[in-house]
Design a protein around this ligand. Sequence first.
Ligand SMILES: Nc1ncnc2c1ncn2[C@@H]1O[C@H](COP(=O)(O)OP(=O)(O)OP(=O)(O)O)[C@@H](O)[C@H]1O
Length: 635
Amino acid sequence: MIQSDKETEPPKRDMEISTATNSKNGLSQILRLVLQQLGLFYSRDVNGVCLLYDLLHSPWLLALLKVYDCLQEFKENQPVPATVHAQVLSSEVMEVLCETPNAPEINELRQILEGPHFKALLSAHDTVAQKDFEPLLPPLPDTISESEEAMRIVCLVKNQQPLGATIKRHEMTGDILVARVIHGGLAERSGLLYAGDKLVEVNGVSVEGLDPEQVIHILTMSCGTIMFKVVPVSDPPVNSQKMVYVRAMTEYWPQEDPSIPCVDAGLPFQKGDILQIVDQNDALWWQARRISDLGTCAGLIPSNHLLKRKQREFWWSQPYQPHCCLKSTLLSSMEEEDDMKIDEKCVEADEETFESEELSEDKEEFIDYGQKFYIAGFRRSMRLCRRKSHLSHLHSSVGCTSSCYGVVGAPYEEVVKYQRCPSDKHRLIVLVGPSGVGVNELRRQLIEINPSHFQSAVPHTTRPKKSYEMNGREYHYVSKETFESLMHSHRMLEYGEYKGHLYGTSVDSVQAVLDEGKVCVMDLEPQGIQVARTQELKPYVIFVKPSNFTCMKQSRKNAKIITDYFVERKFKDEDLQEMEELAQKMETQFGQYFDQVIMNDNLQDACVQLLSVVRKAQEEPQWVPATWIASATES
Ligand SMILES: Nc1ncnc2c1ncn2[C@@H]1O[C@H](COP(=O)(O)OP(=O)(O)OP(=O)(O)O)[C@@H](O)[C@H]1O
């Protein structure tokens, strides 16, 4: 059939198509002309044309368009029925025919008028002509007892999806009530069931005296249409609350929660998920959707108050651990002593070697773009100081549960979409990752791509300035008192001690970069994220993650890590294992703060991804804590 069509008349030209758009010619006429045009491409075997040709040529589409054209025609002509009582007319004709003497034509007409199809046709005609589309209801009984409650019959067709309502038993009366109707579910979409409705019958079976579980069993066993007889609640609840968006600061698994009213209605979520809260009417159980699944029906989540209570209970039930999250990132003197012992045992380098290492690193801190640029914030001592706090954190956090941070803060953080105006300062870009994963390498590469746009913050130190250094370039050299005053006034994003000197990065150093209209890129220990999360810096946090051990072993075979011992050495298997382990811990403990995760396997790919993510962070709308925006408008 298609082949014969391919050989049909030569295609008509544009003239015909333009006349075909005249409404009188109808859609099927347009389709006919399109098919003729397509015939030309079909014979030339142009890619995809066969598919389009077959689709447009399908009999169902042609039939549909004909129906459409007919309806259009009737709409324009606006036909009016000659009579709205065709059935009555037909009966009258039949009566007349019965009195008429027998003749073959009269018998034939009688047969036609008595035929069931014809009668049905006349009935349909009258229904349409009288516009009588309401269903025929049985008349109301003459006597209705005053005490009888008004009932509502609700029929729902159960398909693959759940009904979207939960039930409970009234503590005093024992009645089975609709406890809640899930937003977007079948029951809610029907508009016929409300929280508080009393269930009387399900599929003709009385629920009086039954347990909610028994009612659920009846429902589970039913398929197809389910009929509920309910006594409607006198005041159906109206949800007038505005939609709220929150970031989950902890995780929740309904299957593991024995207190959830209905496990199947629960919404599991992970740290960092953005949730749309659609109903907070219940003090204990809210209804929410993940923003990645807004089309689905909502699920139950514990309210802020309930989840906090659960976290507290869980926390107290755990064996005592020195919770690292409550500690300062500053090393205790005891840990420092231990580290010194390790240094004494393993290191044969002296201060002089250290100095020359620092000197050699200085050379790398320049990038050449015809002109020399100095890149601050990559100093070995600063990185080693960070590494120490990193390791101390790793060791002290063994056994620290993932709920640890959740207990300290709220389980949900209200968020809003924030779009940075071009005149606003840039958002601080924070890179986080386990030691050696490539945080500094990526940061360095990003700055090298555009040093006039990306910049690091200049750290502070209490160590004396060396002869070849410049205040405000390698470091801001300050006294111990000044450093400590910055620490105590919370102006330090992170700080630590290395070889008896303090090192750290201040909010003001970051601000200085942002004030110049540049994007400040810094790496931070994850404990520092909370300090950096302020309205003034609006940090966008990127977690740099290692890939699996085998891939890392391959990609890092020529790479070197800096060590405590003033030398760079090749990666060992233990380094890669430790990196993987630490990355997992970081994700478990701090995943709620990560705006983006980048896997650093192939360096070039990771770099391209980083550039794109950083651009999006500055130019596209992002979810940020509502307090960042509220405080901006209030001030
Ligand atoms: N994707 C990669 N492929 C190969 N080598 C890499 C990759 N990423 C980083 N490296 C190399 O791995 C080594 C360690 O990276 P980097 O110094 O950036 O680590 P880091 O995450 O900053 O940790 P630290 O500050 O503790 O040293 C460097 O030699 C770097 O060039």
